[in-house]
Design a protein around this ligand. Structure first.
Ligand code: ATP
Ligand code: MG
Length: 335
């Protein structure tokens, strides 16, 4: 059985959205993905409960993330925008996939290792859901028979796991799922923290001067970029291993200008000019998103309406697949 191509991706309301989220995910969703196939974009709020959380903040950030998806250019007339917890099929399918996944493969997930270490360092317990979250993510994707999952590089391993689970389920119980693949951006698939170019920029990390948020004031954006940590080598060259701070700036500027990082590197003599141009480019990149977000958030009933319609559409798409999985795995259908 072949399926038409379908796109699914999501974002967790664990913090304010960052430049990394925008370049690795949102911008592509809005510019290309929504027009390429039937597509769904989800605020994956259940995933935000895998680490220490404040209920009121998760609620607030969920609405804000939805508003930012629209501000980034997702058009609810073209694609489906919704909140994960509004559609029961995700959690319903997740349990079945837990019965297909193994304990060992969950413990091998890099993000589990990193985030459980972070939780322990912070003196917090590690929630069981942090271990099982990639299975819920697999359910998010497989419930829609998505064939493509546009994500940043850090999520590639989880999409790989999703493929494995889909193939395993299909082999054991009959063909229910499409086998998806991750699609990564050509540049800036992993935007690094401007103060610590060895660490990915992450919205749940403690706020530092190295994280650019989509809703930062333009002056703050410019300051953060201009103060990025680089190195003491003279001149500008593109080498991710040897010069991660400079490479990060070149990649960010490359996504703003459409030029290759190597070509940009050759056009600069000093880091100062590179920083100044990158700062200006990022400010201009984010300006329309911030402005549209202000308009959209002035009318919460608009966002609520989009999310209500989105959840209805998502339910309609997911239900038959999840029902088919329940039947295939051996559960007696309700009479
Ligand atoms: P958290 O710290 O809670 O994990 P996050 O910033 O990593 O937050 P996610 O919600 O996990 O954001 O991921 C949303 C999307 O943004 C995913 O497609 C992910 O690959 C992408 N993404 C996240 N951080 C970056 C980054 N620094 N560079 C490029 N893409 C990124
Ligand atoms: Mg993440």
């Amino acid at each position: 059985m072949t399926h038409p191509s379908r796109i699914f991706s999501g974002i967790k309301p664990t913090g304010h959205l960052t430049l990394g989220n925008y370049l690795g995910a949102l911008r592509r969703w809005a510019r290309e993905d929504q027009y390429a196939a039937e597509s769904l974009f989800c605020v994956v709020d259940l995933h935000a409960l895998t680490v220490e959380h404040d209920p009121a903040r998760v609620r607030r950030l969920s609405r804000q993330a939805a508003g930012l998806l629209l501000a980034a250019g997702l058009d609810p007339e073209v694609c489906t925008v919704f909140v994960q917890s509004h559609v029961d099929e995700h959690a319903r399918l997740s349990y079945l996939l837990e019965c297909v996944a193994s304990d060992g493969e969950m413990r091998r997930m890099i993000q589990y290792k990193e985030k459980s270490a972070r939780a322990q360092r912070g003196g917090q317990g590690v929630r069981l859901s942090l271990l099982t979250y990639p299975v819920l993510m697999a359910a998010d994707i497989l419930a829609y028979r998505a064939t493509e999952v546009p994500v940043g590089e850090d999520q590639a391993q989880h999409v790989e796991l999703t493929r494995d689970l889909a193939v395993r389920f299909n082999q054991r119980y009959g063909h229910v799922f499409a086998v998806p693949k991750a699609t990564l951006p050509a540049v800036a698939a992993r935007v690094m923290d401007l103060q610590d170019p060895a660490t990915k920029m992450g919205k749940s990390h403690d706020a530092t001067a190295g994280i650019v948020y989509l809703l930062d004031e333009p002056e703050a954006v410019a300051r953060k970029v201009r103060r990025a940590v680089t190195d003491s080598e003279p001149g500008v060259s593109y080498d991710r291993e040897a010069r991660p701070g400079v490479a990060n700036l070149l990649e960010i500027l490359a996504t703003c200008t459409g030029k290759e990082p190597e070509v940009l590197a050759a056009s600069y003599e000093g880091i100062g000019a590179l920083k100044a141009d990158t700062a200006e480019a990022v400010v201009e990149l984010l300006r329309p998103v911030r402005e549209r977000h202000a308009e959209i958030s002035a009318d919460p009933s608009y966002v609520d309406g989009v999310l209500r319609a989105g959840a209805a559409r998502a339910r309609e798409l997911a239900r038959p697949t999840v029902d088919a999985a329940y039947a295939a795995i051996g559960l007696l259908p309700p009479a």
